[in-house]
Design a protein. Structure first.
Lengths: 147, 149
């Protein structure tokens, strides 16, 4: 799932709990729960594994990073969430699993167990939906969470 | 060098130069100057030297940079025009490098050669091993943080 969804959910969790540790742990768990929802990135990741020159994955990474920064900036700017230590740790907990997966992807060594757990959550619901639909699903999730 | 290190240098520049334009230019130039310092990335494993692995590494680097910015947000005010300008100026050469990987257009190829010139200026004669380079950059980053906070 997009980093922006995980970061937003992490920020909201952080905004609603009292301690940084709780924010971090709950946001970390939320990442795996959210990833159970089909979100359409399986095909593009598979294409990347078969062909390193596949640029779709590159564009997805760029879109993901930019949308995360914009979404977080909007959340803080609109005062939907006020920035605090718990929000900070919520965001970190929310995005950390993807950081570990990316580290495993390039090193093929670190965080092997987390990578397996991450893949396991992705495979819980075996619906192959197209990426475009997956992005719409994620936009709806963000809308519902922020409503 | 990591985006995180360039970004930290940019923020320090922005804290000391009040004009946003000058801060941007100083940040931009600082990128090439700091890339002259050997930092191990030319010794990255051969199998990593492809656009996707570089993009994944940049993804990790960007997340760490984002976390670093959020952390700074709890400590100091970095949301002023000069700091933001210097910050983006210091990252711009790597964005241009990203465009080169995506498009391979002539203008980006030229910039890539220019960028590589600074990378290899000293690294041709002396270069850290890849792991040493990561530790070296981590040490620089920690020192830079002490200047910001």
């Amino acid at each position: 799932m997009l980093l922006s969804v995980h970061a937003t959910v992490g920020a909201i969790i952080g905004d609603n709990v009292n301690t940084s540790l709780l924010a971090f742990v709950l946001a970390f768990i939320s990442h795996f729960i959210l990833d159970i929802i089909p979100h359409g990135d399986a095909k593009i990741i598979k294409a990347y594994r078969n062909d390193f020159k596949n640029k779709g994955f590159l564009y997805l990474i760029i879109f993901d990073l930019i949308s995360t920064i914009i979404l977080l900036a909007l959340l803080f700017y609109s005062h939907k969430i006020s920035f605090s230590q718990t929000v900070f740790w919520g965001i970190i907990g929310g995005i950390l699993p993807d950081l570990m997966v990316a580290s495993h992807e390039i090193s093929e060594k670190f965080f092997r167990r987390w990578h397996k757990i991450h893949s396991w959550t992705h495979d819980r619901i075996n619906w192959a939906i197209p990426l475009q639909l997956g992005v719409i699903v994620q936009i709806i999730i963000i809308y519902l969470i922020l409503r | 060098m990591f985006l995180t290190v360039h970004g930290a240098i940019g923020i320090i520049i922005g804290q000391h130069i009040k004009s946003p334009v000058l801060a941007f230019l100083a940040g931009f130039i600082s990128h090439y100057l700091s890339d002259i310092i050997p930092h191990g990335d030319t010794n990255a494993p051969e199998k990593w030297k492809n656009p996707i692995h570089i993009a994944t590494a940049a993804f990790i680097d960007s997340i760490i940079l984002l976390v670093f910015l959020l952390y700074l947000g709890t400590k100091v005010n970095i949301l002023n025009l000069a700091t933001v300008s210097a910050f983006f100026g210091s990252l711009l050469p790597d964005f241009l490098q990203g465009f080169y990987f995506l498009s391979n257009k002539k203008i980006f190829r030229r910039h890539q050669s220019f960028h590589n010139f600074f990378h290899f200026l000293i690294a041709e004669k002396f270069e850290w091993k890849f792991n040493q380079g990561i530790i070296f950059q981590l040490i620089i980053f920690i020192i830079l943080i002490t200047f910001i906070i």
